[in-house]
Design a binder for this molecule. Structure first.
Ligand SMILES: [Zn+2]
Length: 333
C-alpha cells in the first residue's frame, strides 16, 4: 500500500501555522472542541450553489471536507481508545479519498454531517478525558517503523481540524473554479482569444476558426477557469502529433499541454498555475509526462513553469512569417 507518511511527532504546518511541538494537550483539546462551531461558521460562508463544487480537479468540495472532519474525529477517538487499552496497536489507515468516493460524500447532507461532527467531537472529548496523566507517551504504530504517541493523536486531531476547516472555507469561497470545458464555453473562449491576439500576439496567427483551433483533436482533456459563471481562462491536454518536436526531446510517453491562456483582466490570481495543474493531474492519470513549449519572450509563463518545478528539456524554434522565434521546452518533473 502506498500511503503518505504521517506527519512527524513535532510537525510544523507552514500552511495553517500549527506547530505540534508548541501545542500542549490542553490547547489541542481546545482546538478540537471548537471544530464543530468553526466548521459551521466556514460552511455558512459558502454559497449554497458551491457546497458540492470542487474548486479544482482532484480537490474536495466543501461538503467532502466536512465529511472528512467528521471522520477525523471518529478515527481519532478509536485510535486514542486503542492507544489507551492496547500495547502498541497497529492503526488502520484512514484512506480518505477512498471514503469520499465510495461513500459518495459529495452527495451528503451538510446539516446532518455537522450534527454527526458534533457528536463525534464530543466522543473524542470523552476519550481524551480517560487518558491517564502518564498515558500521553503510550505508543501506536501504523506502517513498519512509523510510531506515534497518544499525545500526537490529539495534536494531530487538532491540526486536521484547523487545517481542513480552512480548506473547506477556501474550497467554497475561492472566486474562480477550474472545471472541465463544455461546448457552451467555446464561443466565450474564442472572444478572449481575439482580444489576446490583438494585445499579446497569442495565438501568433489569428486562426480563421478559433473554436476549431481550440478543440484540436486528439484531446485528452480541456479545462476552463470559471469566475462565477464567466469563463476567463483555458488549458488543453493533447496527445503529441507524430512530428511533435517537444515530445521528441524525451523518451517517455508524453502529453502536450496546449492552448493555455487567461483573459487579460483575470491575471494575477494564479489561474494559469491552477489550469496547468489540472492538465498535469490528468496526464498523470494516463501515465503520461506533461510538457509544452513557451516562447522565450513570454517571461511570465517561463517563471510559472520554473516556480512549479518543471524542468527545461530543450529549445525549439518557431518559424512565424519569416521570423525565427525561439521557445523553451518544459516538462513536469
Ligand atoms: Zn496545517
Amino acid at each position: 500500500m502506498n500511503l503518505p507518511p504521517l506527519p512527524a511527532e513535532d510537525h510544523d504546518c507552514p500552511s495553517c501555522g500549527i506547530r505540534y511541538a508548541d501545542l500542549t494537550v490542553d490547547a489541542a483539546i481546545g482546538i478540537v472542541e471548537g471544530v464543530p462551531d468553526a466548521a459551521a461558521a466556514a460552511l455558512a460562508e459558502v454559497p449554497a450553489r458551491r457546497v458540492r463544487v470542487s474548486p479544482d480537479p482532484g480537490t474536495w468540495s466543501p461538503v467532502e471536507y466536512l465529511c472528512h472532519l467528521r471522520d477525523v474525529a471518529a478515527t481519532s477517538t478509536i485510535r486514542l481508545h486503542r492507544a489507551r487499552t492496547e500495547e502498541r496497536p497497529v492503526l488502520e489507515p484512514m484512506l480518505n479519498d477512498l471514503r469520499a468516493r465510495r461513500f459518495r460524500y459529495v452527495d451528503a447532507d451538510p446539516a446532518a454531517v455537522l450534527a454527526e461532527l458534533g457528536r463525534m467531537v464530543a466522543g473524542l472529548g470523552d476519550e481524551i478525558a480517560r487518558v491517564r496523566v502518564d498515558g500521553w507517551e503510550r505508543a501506536v504504530t501504523r506502517l513498519p517503523g512509523e510510531e506515534r504517541t497518544a499525545r500526537w493523536l490529539v495534536r494531530h486531531a487538532a491540526h486536521e481540524g484547523r487545517h481542513h476547516v480552512d480548506d473547506l472555507r477556501r474550497a467554497g469561497t475561492v472566486a474562480t473554479v477550474v472545471r472541465p470545458r463544455v461546448e457552451a464555453d467555446v464561443a466565450v473562449l474564442a472572444a478572449i482569444l481575439r482580444d489576446l491576439h490583438l494585445h499579446d500576439h497569442y495565438p501568433m496567427r489569428l486562426q480563421p476558426d478559433l473554436g476549431a483551433w481550440l478543440c484540436r483533436e486528439p484531446v485528452l482533456g480541456a479545462w476552463v477557469a470559471d469566475h462565477d459563471g464567466g469563463v476567463v481562462g483555458h488549458v488543453g491536454l493533447c496527445l503529441p502529433a507524430p512530428d511533435d518536436p517537444v515530445s521528441a526531446l524525451v523518451a517517455e510517453p508524453a502529453a502536450i499541454v496546449s492552448r493555455l491562456f487567461v483573459a487579460r483582466d483575470a491575471r494575477g490570481q494564479a489561474l494559469g498555475e491552477r489550469l496547468v495543474r489540472a492538465a498535469w493531474r490528468e496526464a498523470g492519470q494516463h501515465g503520461l509526462r506533461p510538457m509544452l513549449d513557451v516562447l522565450v519572450r513570454d517571461a511570465a509563463a517561463v517563471a510559472l513553469y520554473e516556480r512549479i518545478g518543471w524542468q527545461r528539456i530543450g529549445t525549439i524554434t518557431h518559424e512565424i512569417d519569416g521570423n525565427s522565434v525561439p521557445a523553451i521546452c518544459f516538462a513536469a518533473p
